[in-house]
Design a protein around this ligand. Structure first.
Ligand code: ZN
Length: 163
């Protein structure tokens, strides 16, 4: 039987690793810097037992290198991506970007007037009893004006009474 909880844990730690890479991509940092920025951005704690072994793994693969910087009596290790590491990040970001934008676009509505994709609700207008979506009220008005213009121009071919 599949252990759902540990599957979820794996997923989260994959996300954490991915996010560690994005933090490294922004700038070189020490391990604690990753932990505190992760907390700030994601709103969750990340365990040092995930961060440090992952950094080590990346270093072994030639994706990260570190330099030691003296801080008072102690030394602090600053990690930064190598060129290969940056290239890997760019590939990951691109793939991720494609995936997320596909998901987002699948849920987008399109303005009936200008064809713009609508990210946030848009403007609904009841036209001929049909709910029609526009990106904004201006597009809605322009659309309605156009329809009315077309109706005025078109010859009265209908034999309907009371038209
Ligand atoms: Zn529009």
């Amino acid at each position: 039987m599949i252990n759902v909880v540990s599957e979820f844990d794996n997923l989260i730690s994959d996300f954490s690793r991915f996010y560690i890479l994005t933090l490294l991509y922004e700038r070189p940092t020490h391990g604690y810097g990753i932990i505190s920025r992760f907390r700030k951005r994601v709103g969750k704690e990340i365990s040092p037992s995930l961060v440090y072994p992952f950094l080590k793994q990346l270093e072994q693969k030639g994706l990260v290198k570190h330099t030691s910087k003296p801080v008072g009596e102690k030394k602090r290790e600053i990690f930064e991506l190598t060129r290969a590491g940056r290239e890997l990040c760019i590939r990951l970001f691109r793939r991720f970007d494609n995936l997320t934008s596909t998901a987002i676009q699948a849920n987008l509505e399109v303005c009936d007037h200008c064809g713009a994709r609508i990210y946030d609700g848009g403007h609904l207008e009841l036209i001929d009893g049909k709910e029609t979506t526009f990106c904004c009220i201006h597009c809605a008005r322009a659309y309605i004006e156009e329809i009315e213009e077309i109706r005025l121009k078109s010859p009265k071919s209908s034999n309907k009474e009371g038209d």
